[in-house]
Every structure is written in C-alpha cells, then in structure tokens.
Design a protein around this ligand. Structure first.
Ligand SMILES: Cc1cc2nc3c(=O)[nH]c(=O)nc-3n(C[C@H](O)[C@H](O)[C@H](O)COP(=O)(O)OP(=O)(O)OC[C@H]3O[C@@H](n4cnc5c(N)ncnc54)[C@H](O)[C@@H]3O)c2cc1C
Length: 478
C-alpha cells in the first residue's frame, strides 16, 4: 500500500487527530536538541488499542514511527529522523489509579511528571524521579529516557521507580512486563530493558510507578567556592563520608554569574552584585529528616565534614522560608542559558563521583586548548557524578563556527569521561546526537547483542530508526 493509503487509513481511524498540515508538521519536526526533520504526518492516539492499530498500519506500509512526549529531550530522540509518522502521546495522559497504601500510581504515558507529583502530594507522597523539566515533560518520555534529576542522589533515577509497564512492540503485539509489587524476579527483567530504550523497542502505553512518602522536613544550604576543583573535591568528600543527602547540585562560576546577571538572583547573605562578579561557583546541598531537628542535624554533619575538607567553602545555611529562593538559583539556569546565543555543545557526562575533581580538570583543559572562544557552562548533579557541559557561540559568530573543532572537543570530553570509568550519557540518552560515540563504551560483542535485541522487539526496524545504535545497528555480522 502507498503512503497515501496509509494516510487515508489513519484518517478513518483518528479523524482530525491525524495532522498533515505543514505548520503542524513543522511544529512536530524538532525537540529540544533543535535537530529537525519533517514527518509525513502526526498521529494523536487516545488509547492503547489505537496505538496498536497505528503500529500495525505502519508495519503494513513499512513506514517508520517516532513516539513523542513533550519533546523536551536534548539528544534528538523525538525527532522523526527517517520521516514517517510522529506518534504524539500527549492525549493519553490519564491517572488510571493511585493506591496510597501500596504507594503505587498507574498512569498513561502522556501524563506530565509535575502533574503526577501534584496529585501524589495530596496523599503525602511524591514521585521521586524529578528532572529539571518536570513541569512539562511526560512520564512516558522520562521512562523512555530513564531520566534522572535533582533527587537521584537520594531516590535513584526513573528506572528505580518503574515497577511494571505495558507497551506495543514493533510487531504490533502488546506486552505487559513487571508487577506492581516491591519484589519481582520472575523471568528476564524486561522492564529495565524498556526503561531508557528511547522509543526504539516499543511504545509505552501504561506505567506502574513507585511513590515514596514526602519528607517531613528539609534543611538546605549553599556552599560557595572560589575554584570548581575545590567544590567538586568537597562533593567527593561528602560522598566518601556516606552522608545521607537529598540533593547535591553544582554550578560553576559562569553559571552563577549568568543567573545573577540575567535572572537578577541573589542568595541569602550574598548580594546579586557579588554573585554577578563571577568569583563564586557553588554546591547546593539538601538533607531531609522526619523532624526539622533531624534534617538540621544532618545538614550540620555536612557542614562539619566540609569545614574539615580542602577547598575553603563558604557555608550558607538557608534561613527558614527561603528554600524556594535558594533553589531558584539552580532551577532558573536552563532559562538563563537560553539567552546565550547558539548552542554548540550540550553534553551530559557521568563519572564515578570521586573522579569529579579530575574530570573537571580535563573538561577545562580540553576547552581551553581547542575552543577557548566558546562560552562554556558546567553544572549538574554532583551527587551522581553527572555534569552537564554546555557551550555557546554568540549569534554574530554563528556563521564562523568550526565544526571540526567542536566535534573534536565533544570527542575529547566523552573520551575523558569514559577513561575515568564513566559514560557518554548520564540521563539525556543517546538519541541522534551521541550514536557515533557509543563505540567509545562498547565493543563488537555488546553492540551486536544490542542490535539483535532491537531486532527481536522490532524486526522491521520501524520504531524510531537511527536512534541509540545508529550506524552500529547496520554493522555487518550483527
Ligand atoms: C529545561 C530542561 C531541563 C531538563 N532537565 C532534565 C533533568 O534534570 N534530567 C533529565 O534526565 N533530563 C532532563 N531534561 C531532558 C528531558 O526533559 C528528559 O529527557 C525527558 O525525559 C524527556 O521527556 P519528554 O516527555 O519531553 O520526551 P520526548 O523528548 O518527547 O521523548 C524522549 C524520548 O522518549 C521517546 N518516547 C516518548 N514517549 C514515549 C513513549 N510513550 N513510549 C516510548 N518512547 C517514548 C521519544 O521517542 C524520545 O526518544 C531536561 C530538558 C529541558 C529542556
């Protein structure tokens, strides 16, 4: 059947929930990576049964299919790289159940993470996977990316919250894997395989998630450092002391200066002008407890350990009622970075936490050697060893960008992370932008096994082709 027949078939199935107007196709051609490719059409299913129909129709026409949540992914996962159909899952956004006794919620994939958290909070519960994008990203997108976030140091990443899920795989079959129990070792762990599969193995249609009680009390502080190596050595020291942290975030001097300048932010005890001078990088530390005393006692332990460690941090406990203001420094960073011109580097590298001081040294030495003219910002989840590295060129210089040097810098950064025992992606996934680098981490045996797994779920290769494995999926002998 022709593509026109596919469109006619889907039109009968979905009516005006099949979009084919050019302006719609343009809107669905990109995600936060800013890569673009126009799809053939956009399908907006409202049920798993419709997803099955759509996958079967695409199979019959050998047309590729790209699932999409909020398109906030940073590696091009939701970009329809091979054209074909975009499957917009935002209409499947219902909370199907929430059991406060079992502390389990069952949701459709299009539910926004922040919305789930708002509902869970009414039961004094939280969904602890908390990416910076939680106000708009979908549960399905975070499961497909295995998203992390600012609470991962305490609660783990998305994979640690997913108990069970349903998905439509590339054969058009529906699978239901896992159980909404706290333990389950029956059969291979297909839940873990689906989590982080970036829409390449199946379309996730339902997810059972673990909820956790909201902490009764929080104690927060920022610690200012003159040098990034000092801040990250301090973070490594906290890890070595095994202190119970709820969050441990890092911002380099460029990031602190940027939010002070563009968002006009300050910290309790430190004015905006001082932060805007670019003298301070910082750690943001948070502890939780059953009582305010317990949370404060834990934060006091952090202060003691830091006072004894190298780096000379200036410890600023957050006064009562100022927590939101303090977190604003970290949470406003994404918005501030949008003002920085053309983004040329956006990496999300993760190393063993105690290797952070060595890693930051490698990041800065590679940058200064290869592309010192780039405005570089380094920040992230120090408690997980996960640093985001973003590099911008001012718009007026965009035409003169030296792609070779950018690629070389990206390669160096990823090689440095892998050499320290780390990974090319801590939480943003491989998508399109990192496929060429997967070979830094894996050899023939692992890559060919991944390609065979992909074929077992998606024999015709219609599900999000080109993502994760890229050229490795086409290697001879795989
Ligand atoms: C301001 C900002 C802050 C961010 N902060 C964080 C952070 O702290 N931690 C973090 O990990 N990430 C972060 N991200 C990245 C992004 O928000 C996450 O990757 C998020 O998981 C993407 O969710 P989404 O709904 O936007 O998915 P999309 O971008 O739409 O899709 C992501 C991937 O999932 C696939 N997919 C989507 N839905 C499904 C489904 N139902 N079934 C199968 N596959 C599907 C897509 O094909 C794609 O490959 C941030 C992004 C921004 C813009």
């Amino acid at each position: 059947m022709s593509q026109a027949e596919l469109i006619a078939h889907l039109r009968r199935l979905l009516g005006d929930r099949l979009l084919t107007e050019r302006e719609d196709l343009v809107a669905y051609s990109r995600d936060a990576s800013k890569l673009t490719r126009l799809p053939l059409a956009v399908a907006q299913p409202e049920s798993e049964a419709e997803v099955v129909e759509i996958v079967r129709a695409c199979l019959a026409h050998s047309v590729p299919l790209t699932p999409r949540g909020a398109a906030s992914g940073l590696t091009g996962g939701a970009v329809p790289a091979s054209g074909g159909l975009v499957l917009d899952l935002n209409r499947m956004n219902r909370l199907l159940s929430l059991d406060p006794d079992e502390q389990v919620a069952v949701v459709e994939p299009g539910m926004v993470v922040g919305e789930l958290n708002r509902i869970a909070a009414k039961h004094n519960l939280q969904y602890a996977a908390d990416p910076g994008s939680s106000a708009f990203c979908t549960v399905g997108g975070t499961v497909a990316e295995n998203a992390g976030g600012m609470l991962a140091v305490r609660y783990g990443v998305t994979r640690d919250q997913v108990l069970a899920l349903r998905a439509v795989i590339g054969t058009g079959e529906v699978i239901q894997v896992g159980r909404a129990t706290r333990k389950d070792v029956a059969g291979y762990d297909l839940v873990s395989l689906m989590v982080g599969s970036e829409g390449t193995l199946g379309i996730i249609t339902q997810i059972a998630l673990k909820l956790t009680p909201l902490p009764d009390a929080l104690a927060t502080a920022t610690v200012l450092y003159a040098e990034e190596s000092g801040a990250l050595s301090a973070a490594a020291t906290l890890v070595r002391h095994r202190l119970p942290l709820r969050a441990l975030e890092f911002m380099d001097r460029s990031c602190v200066r940027l939010v002070a300048e563009t968002q006009r932010l300050s910290l309790p005890g430190v004015g905006r002008e001082e932060l805007a001078q670019g003298r301070w990088c910082l750690l943001l530390v948070e502890c939780e407890g059953d009582t305010p005393e317990e949370a404060r006692r834990r934060l006091g332990q952090v202060e003691e350990v830091l006072a004894r460690s190298e780096g000379g941090g200036r410890f600023l406990p957050c006064p009562e009622g100022e927590r939101e203001r303090v977190w604003q420094i970290r949470k406003s960073l994404h918005g501030a970075l949008f003002t920085q011109g053309l983004e040329l580097i956006n990496e999300d590298l993760c190393v063993p936490r105690t290797a952070l001081p060595a890693f930051i040294g490698k990041i800065y030495s590679s940058w200064k050697k290869l592309l010192p003219e780039l405005a570089l910002f380094v920040y992230g989840h120090a408690g997980d060893g996960n640093l985001h590295i973003e590099g911008f060129s001012p718009p007026e210089q965009a035409g003169e960008v030296d792609r070779e040097r950018i690629d070389e810098l990206r390669q160096r950064l990823m090689e440095a992370a892998v050499a320290l025992g780390g990974t090319i992606s801590g939480e943003h996934g491989v998508g399109l932008t990192k496929t060429a680098y997967l070979g830094l981490m894996y050899g023939e045996a692992e890559l060919s096994l991944m390609a065979r797994l992909k074929r077992a779920f998606d024999p015709q290769g219609i599900l999000n082709p080109g993502k994760i494995l890229g050229e490795f999926s086409r290697k001879p002998g795989t």
